[in-house]
Structure formats: C-alpha cells, structure tokens
Write a protein that binds this ligand. Structure first.
Ligand code: M6R
Length: 615
C-alpha cells in the first residue's frame, strides 16, 4: 500500500528515487510522484497511473538537478487516482513536500482547522494536511525533524511519512507508526524506503525503525528519536540478498520467476533446521518448551494466501501435535472477542510482515496474554518485531502481487512448527518426526518435477480464456488448495472463481454447474485416507453428469480418476498432508497463463497492492 523513497547524497536524487520507485511499484500503482530540492527551492512532478506516466512527464517537463529528494507510488485510499491526489503533497508556499503510506484518521478535523487558518488544500487526500502542518511547525522551529515530531503527536491512524523542506536542503525526515520504513546507510548517502528493495543497488546496510519514531537522515548521519524527541534504540542489520533477487532475471514476469524459484525457496526454508541425525532444530523458537507443552490451543491468524497456508497448518498441527487449532481471518479476529489467554499459542502468518489486519490481530492476542509466534518472510518487519518469536521463511523477496513462493515456504514453516510442537509435547516419537522430515526434505525435488510438466496446463489455461467462471473443489488439505486456486484466478484473471469443500457441493454450489463450466478438482491421495479419495471421485462424477468440464489434479498412479477427467494433471505422490506442496503449483501456473491470455497485467493486477498496510 504505497511505496516511499527518500534520498540524500552525492547522486542525482531524481535518478535514485525513480529507480527506487520502480522496485516499489508492487506496493501500489495508482499514481506516482517525486520532489527534489534544487537551487534553493523545491520542484515536484506527479502523475496519475503507473510510474511510466511520471517518467514521460519528466521527459517533457524535466526537473532541475538536485541531490536530495523523495518519491511515492500510490495505492489510493482517500481520493481517487488523479494527478491532484498523487503524492508528494506540498504546502501553500511550495517549500515543504511530503509523501505518505497509511491512513490519517483525524484528517477531516485537521483539514477544517487548517482551512480556518487560511490554508488552501487542493486535494481530497488525508495526506495533504501533513504538508501544511509541517510548514507551520517548521516556520516556528526551523527544524524539520522537530516539526515532524510535533505533527506526528497530532496524528491518529497509521502512517509512514517522508518529507523534505527547501530550507534544509541536505535533510530528509521520516516518521513511522504502524507502516513500514527502513533506513539505508551508504557511503556519503542515505536512503529512506518502505522496503530495502528500493536501495539494494546502493547499499545492503539497513536500519530497522521502531514504532512511533522519527528519523532525520543526512549524507553522513542518521538520527532517530521517539515522537517526544528522546533518542531511540534502533537495530542495524545487513540485507542478506542482493539486487539480482529483486529483478526479473530473464522472465517476462516476476510471478513466473517466483513460481520457478519455489524448489530453491522450499529447500532454503528447511536449511539449518534439520540436524545431521535428521532431527528438527528450531533454535529460533524462543518460547520455552514448558509453555508450548502447557498450551491448550493454537490459533492461526492471517490474510489471503497466508490464511490458506494457515488452513493447511491446522491439519498438520491437529494430526501431528494433537492440539486443537483454529484458523481465523485476521481481519475478523479481534472484532469477535476471541477467547485467549496465556495458554493460547497464536501463529501470525505473513509474507510481508506488514499486513495491518494481521498486526492488529497479534497485538490483540498479546494484550490478552497469548504467546505469538510469527511465520514471516521479511526480516525486520513489524509482525516479527512485535511477536514473541519468529520462524522466518526463506523465499527471498516476493515482488509479484500474487503470492506463490511465499505460500509454499509458509507451508514448510507451518509443517516444521507442527512437528516441533509434536516433538516438544511428546505427541510423536523421534523416529516418527524424522520420517516426516525425510519426506519434507524430498519435497523441493517433487516441486521441481511438477514445474517440468506444466506445458499442458498452460495450453489448457489458454483454451479457457473466454470462460466466465472456474470452480475449484477439494477435500481435507485439498480444500484450502482449492481456495488458493480460486484466489489466484480472481486476482490475476479477474474471473469469477470459487473454491468449495467438495462435500458441500450438494448443499448448494452444485446449482452453479452448467454445461461447459470448468471445475478444477484437487484429488487426495488414494493411499492412507482412501475413503476421502473415493468420495471425491464420486463428486467428480456428479459434476460431470451435469456437464462440467472436469480438470482433475491427481497423483501419479491414481487410475481411478482417468474415466472422469476431461483434463488430467498429474502431481507426484506425496504423504497426504504434504500434497498441497505439489498440487498448488499447477494452479499458480494456470492462473498466471490465464491472466496473460486475457491480456491482464500479471505482476500488478488491477486494484491490488502487495502489502495491505491499512485495515
Ligand atoms: O504479506 P501477507 O502474507 O500478510 O499478505 C497477505 C495477503 O494480502 C496476500 O497473501 C494476498 O492475498 C496475495 N495477493 C494473494 O496472492
């Protein structure tokens, strides 16, 4: 939800900021804008639409060269995606410019107050009030960082702000409450950004800002305080991936690259967590074993794809660790007064670590005394910072809005956690745990095998480009996979897509079946739980009898589905609980290809942004 970049140093601020915005465009692409300090003044340009529109504008109306600047790429909340609502926003004298990520909840009152004092506000945004307030405070204090502190004390809601003032040409100031902001520290230059990807070409030295902090960056100094002005503690860290990880690397889309990276991401997430004897070593779980033993329930909170990973985690936690597990959409969680106490273990799953709904859910859980463990892909982000412990997934940066490799690695982390709970609570013997770990260790190779056989899936997707609806059915762990397949299709192909538990079919959804409707069925393994398998084979026959076009995902060697499959997609045989690791992959490829066939933007689907940092 909005990408922010700030720069001060020896290079052209405009070039650095535009390059940074390109890396952050996944966060929002409704409009883009920049401001640079040059020749004793401030020059700005902004344009509705993607960054490319701004770049064209800068060719026809170049800005003067300067070495301090800020930029923004927007996901609109208050005010439509127009030039006027694009950031940066300036004060009336055009001396202060500010960019913002988040929502300022009390902006209406502040706006009315500013209007009374004679300020003319030109946009419909909540952000513009900040530029005017900063200008007032700056003229009183002559210090942009102090002005920012004074303004932040008056703001309600979630905000990352980055501002410059023409009277302080070598300074960029930022502030952070609930939304992300990191500092990049280079040689004689400094950066502020929503995500390290914006400055990874220049430096891998980063500083993680805490909640309610204001940062002032100069070429050779970074000063961080709280909103009252007291010096604040921060954590410096080294970014452990390089610029190539944030590039397409020869693929047409980031999503294709990220799908292809899944075997490596899965293997990396297991790395260092299995010892030489094949046992589980999760040193990072700093919650004492006694507490894990005493926990009487697990609650997983997450959104979107991460929620689907949580739904699968439930099967593993309950089956292996024999502890009740609830899974809840983070956006619903705290509003229903959930029963939580010190014996509840909450698992917050999030790729970005910044999803506001998940953050609010975990804060609520901690307030009630629950222990919170984050499963997260982004080092130093807010969700792990505010959790009692974190199990990082090692997917590397995920840029495409549609989540793929993050999902598979979330599954790996959840399987590991479930096994760890089983180990600590004595629900499984050591050799049983080791047997599952052996299966998990082989999964990366199986994912690779699935990827090698995807051409027929792509062909099938292209042939369905004109359809309006695709339905997805699954049972057991195949049900969340069906939900995930439908979510991918909605967000990428903009088609009506729904996932159902196959057993629910006859309770209503079967009315949607009419001749030619494609239905993707995720068939569980015939081994182990064959009753489940046989039931879904009956479901396939029921929909086929009503004219559905059946697309069956079934494991190699399962011949019983062959007569009922109009299209058969084979996945390697895996233990029942691990099947989502292989059965999700064809659905990702299917959605990506359908989106392309329909002429949609794969990496930046309409109306979406990668990190949802507002509720
Ligand atoms: O960063 P998070 O994992 O917390 O994000 C959660 C969802 O917003 C995310 O998974 C979203 O549903 C994806 N765009 C789905 O592909």
């Amino acid at each position: 939800m909005c990408g922010i970049v700030g720069y001060v140093g020896g290079q052209s601020a405009l070039d650095v900021v535009i390059a940074g915005l390109k890396r952050l465009e996944y966060r929002g692409y409704d409009s883009a804008g920049v401001a640079v300090l040059a020749d004793g003044g401030l020059a700005a340009a902004k344009k509705a639409g993607k960054l490319v529109n701004l770049e064209k504008e800068l060719v026809s109306r170049p800005l003067p060269a300067g070495s301090t600047g800020i930029g923004h790429t927007r996901w609109a909340t208050h005010g439509g995606p127009t030039d006027a609502n694009a950031h940066p926003h300036l004060d009336n004298a055009g001396r202060v410019a500010v960019v913002h990520n988040g929502i300022i909840e009390n902006f209406a009152a502040l706006r009315a107050e500013l209007a009374e004092r004679g300020h003319a506000l030109r946009s419909e945004t909540d952000t513009e009030v900040v530029a005017h307030l900063l200008a007032e405070c700056h003229s009183a204090t002559g210090d942009l960082a102090e002005a920012m502190r004074q303004v932040c004390r008056r703001l309600e809601g979630a905000f990352t702000l980055v501002a410059v003032d023409a009277d302080e040409p070598d300074v960029v100031v930022g502030a952070r409450r609930n939304s992300p902001l990191v500092v990049g520290v280079g040689e004689g230059e400094a950066f502020l950004a929503s995500d390290v990807a914006a400055f990874i070409d220049h430096t891998r030295s980063a500083i993680e800002l805490g909640q309610d902090q204001v940062v002032e960056v100069r070429r050779d100094a970074v000063t961080v305080t709280d909103f009252e002005g007291a010096p604040a503690e921060v954590r410096a860290y080294h970014v452990d991936w390089d610029a190539s990880a944030a590039e397409k690397g020869g693929y047409d889309y980031f999503m294709l690259k990220e799908i292809a990276e899944q075997p490596r991401a899965v293997a990396d997430t297991l790395l260092g967590r299995i010892d030489a004897a094949g046992s589980l070593t999760l040193d990072e779980i700093r919650i004492p074993a006694t507490e894990l033993r005493e926990a009487d329930k697990v609650v997983v909170v997450a959104c979107g794809t991460a929620y689907h990973a949580g739904l699968i985690a439930k099967y593993a936690v309950e089956h292996w660790a024999r502890i009740p597990c609830e899974v809840e959409l983070a956006s619903e969680f705290r509003y229903r007064d959930p029963i939580l106490d010190h014996r509840t273990l909450v698992i917050a799953v999030s790729q970005s670590g910044e999803t506001m709904d998940t953050l609010m859910a975990l804060r609520h859980a901690r307030e009630q005394g629950a222990r919170v463990l984050a499963v997260c892909n982004t080092n130093g982000s807010t969700i792990p910072r505010e959790s009692d412990a974190v199990l990082y997934t090692h997917a590397g940066p995920e840029v495409a809005v549609a989540s793929t490799k993050a999902f598979l690695t979330q599954l790996v982390a959840c399987y590991l956690l479930a096994l760890y709970l089983a180990q600590v609570r004595g629900a499984k013997w050591g050799d049983e745990v080791r047997a599952v770990i052996r299966d998990l260790a082989g999964i990366a190779e199986e994912v690779e095998r699935v990827l090698e056989t995807m051409e027929p899936v792509r062909e099938l997707a292209r042939s369905l480009a004109a359809k309006n609806t695709v339905l997805f059915l699954g049972r057991h762990v195949g049900y969340p996979v069906a939900l995930e397949g439908a979510l991918k299709l909605k967000e990428l192909a903009y088609m009506h897509a729904e996932g159902f538990a196959a057993g629910e079919l006859k309770h209503g959804p079967i009315a949607l079946i009419e001749p030619g409707v494609p239905v993707v069925v995720v068939v569980p393994s015939p081994r182990g739980r064959s009753l489940l398998h046989d039931k879904i084979v009956s479901n396939i026959q029921e929909i086929r009898a009503r004219g559905a076009l059946t697309i069956v995902i079934a494991e190699e060697g399962d011949e019983s589905v062959v007569p009922y499959a109009d299209h058969l997609v084979r996945v390697p045989a895996t233990p029942v609980l691990l099947q989502p690791m292989v059965s999700t992959v064809p659905l990702q490829v299917f959605a990506c290809e359908l989106a392309t066939a329909r002429g949609n933007e794969v990496d930046q689907p309409r109306n979406l942004a990668k990190s949802v940092t507002v509720e």
